[in-house]
Design a protein around this ligand. Structure first.
Ligand code: PGA
Length: 236
């Protein structure tokens, strides 16, 4: 089954999250669609929960420490306790704005496993890396954070080229497909691996991107803020 993840980033109050859930629920009555995951901000986890279990919850980040004197941080165990089954780890905004690199991301992955959260681990090259022909090298470097992550456990990797995120310029199905093949080769020891594409996915480009790239689904940012457009993507 294809997997569609709504990454709301720093958007939506609890009221807005509830409205989204009601609207998504109404649209799901029609049927279709794959497995649905919603990643709200921590404050809206409860409001975004579906009492009928038609979608599950992800958090967008976890601390690299299990607990302690870290004002403002949220642990993987807390996120699991708040209802999350998944955790986005290593989103490019975390890598860029919060300077998260291989070492800290490896620790976050370990915290997720301790809390039984399935990581949605993000990789992807910047425009500069792409222009310099370093896409493959970048992916090799980024998956190093997974070196100690147990290969038998389910894992989701999201290929999100940084130049495609929030720019309205998605990768081509060919480029996404090539990245998928490369990631699958790098992680050929994994027993339960799903690879998603993310970066300017819209209801318009989703069907061709999905079928042309062979991806297992999408991580959707901007177009996931509306239940109508997110469902249009997930049910296409
Ligand atoms: P976008 O974001 O769909 O708005 O490009 C994707 C992401 O950052 O996960």
């Amino acid at each position: 089954m294809k997997l569609f993840v709504a990454n709301w980033k720093m958007h939506k109050t609890r009221g807005e999250a509830r409205e989204f859930g009601e609207e998504l629920g109404r649209r799901m009555v029609v049927g279709g669609g794959g497995e649905i995951v919603v990643a709200p901000p921590f404050t809206a986890l409860d409001a975004a929960r579906d009492g009928r279990g038609r979608w599950s919850l992800a958090c967008q980040n976890v601390s690299d420490e299990p607990e302690g004197a870290l004002t403002g941080e949220i642990s993987a165990r807390m996120a699991a306790d708040a209802g999350c089954r998944w955790a986005i780890v290593g989103h490019s905004e975390r890598r860029r704005v919060f300077r998260e690199g291989t070492e800290v991301l490896a620790k976050k992955l370990a915290r997720c496993r301790e809390a039984e959260l399935t990581p949605i681990f993000c990789v992807g090259e910047t425009a500069e890396e792409r222009d310099a022909g370093l896409t493959a090298t970048t992916l090799v470097r980024q998956v190093e954070a997974l070196a100690a992550d147990p290969a038998a456990l389910p894992l989701v990797v999201a290929y999100e080229p940084v130049w495609a995120i929030g720019t309205g310029r998605s990768a081509t199905a060919e480029d996404a497909g090539a990245a998928r093949v490369h990631i699958a080769q790098l992680l050929s020891d994994r027993r339960d691996l799903r690879i998603l594409y993310g970066g300017s996915v819209t209801p318009g480009n989703a069907p061709a991107l999905l079928s042309g790239s062979g991806m297992d689904g999408f991580l959707v940012g901007g177009a996931s803020l509306s239940a109508a457009s997110f469902w249009a993507i997930a049910s296409a």
